[in-house]
Design a protein around this ligand. Structure first.
Ligand SMILES: [Zn+2]
Length: 259
């Protein structure tokens, strides 16, 4: 049975509410693959940040109705490594990675963020899922492109058959960078002029556009790329923001699962 997917990136995400959690889903994948970008999730007053995140991941997984027994946990380090999850897994924790891909219905993938960009991937032909965490460092290292390359290499998927969902992150209105970061962007991103804006002597970075251009460069059609144009910093009712809250903040969860 083939799944009919309407490619119309640029449209609006749907806002849903279940299990006490507000979250956003892509209309093109609603009812096709279980996924969502959460807004703020109560942290449950856990002792450590790790426990809070684990609690939030479980709450969101159950709100989405995920049945996959493994909610994979990757320890995000602003790097470029992608974990290939071939379920069932020996452990729920995969070590230091900033993205994961899978074709297994046993495994739900997620990333946690609070300003960095969460990206969910669905390759609808081979039914491959992916989740990526991209801040400016990961973007410079090409973490999304690594995930797309791994989808090809490991599972024979094609970027041309991928939907790329960009979630809530800092937007250019609030993503100020300093000269040292600009110098790195100039070296690493050939299209840096398209993702950097100067306003009154300050430098701002368009994280979503950088990842969109990287996806296009890999062969993802523009109409297969969706984005949520809400800024984590500007929307305190909806989102945690590492910058706004000066590091003392929670995390949003972005999750995708085949079952
Ligand atoms: Zn903003």
């Amino acid at each position: 049975m083939t799944t009919k997917i309407t490619l119309s990136g640029g449209g609006k995400y749907l806002l849903k509410h279940r299990g006490g959690i507000d979250y956003f889903v892509c209309p093109a994948l609603d009812g096709v693959v279980i996924h969502g970008f959460s807004a703020r999730i109560p942290s449950g007053n856990k002792q450590s940040r790790e426990e809070s995140i684990d609690h939030q991941r479980r709450l969101f997984g159950s709100a989405l109705g995920i049945r996959a027994p493994f909610l994979l946990h990757i320890r995000q380090v602003h790097g470029e490594r992608i974990f290939v999850a071939q379920g069932p897994l020996p452990s729920l924790s995969a070590g230091e990675y900033d993205g994961a891909i899978s074709r297994s219905a046993e495994v739900a993938l997620s990333v946690v963020t609070a300003d960095c960009l969460p990206i969910l991937i669905y390759e609808y032909n081979k039914k491959i899922i992916g989740a990526v965490h991209a801040g400016w460092r990961g973007t410079v290292l090409g973490v999304l492109q690594n995930a797309l390359a791994a989808i090809q290499r490991e599972f024979g998927g094609s970027p041309g058959d991928c939907l790329i969902l960009l979630g809530p992150s800092l937007q250019p209105c609030c993503f100020e960078i300093q000269q040292d970061v600009l110098e790195i962007l100039k070296i690493k991103l050939p299209y840096w002029t398209e993702v950097v804006k100067m306003v009154q002597g300050k430098i701002f970075f368009d994280l979503q556009m950088a990842n969109l251009l990287q996806a296009k460069e890999m062969g993802v059609p523009r109409e297969g790329i969706w984005s949520l144009d809400l800024c984590t910093f500007c929307q305190p009712c909806w989102f945690y923001s590492y910058r706004r809250d000066k590091g003392q903040t929670g995390r949003m969860v972005s999750m995708i699962s085949l079952s």
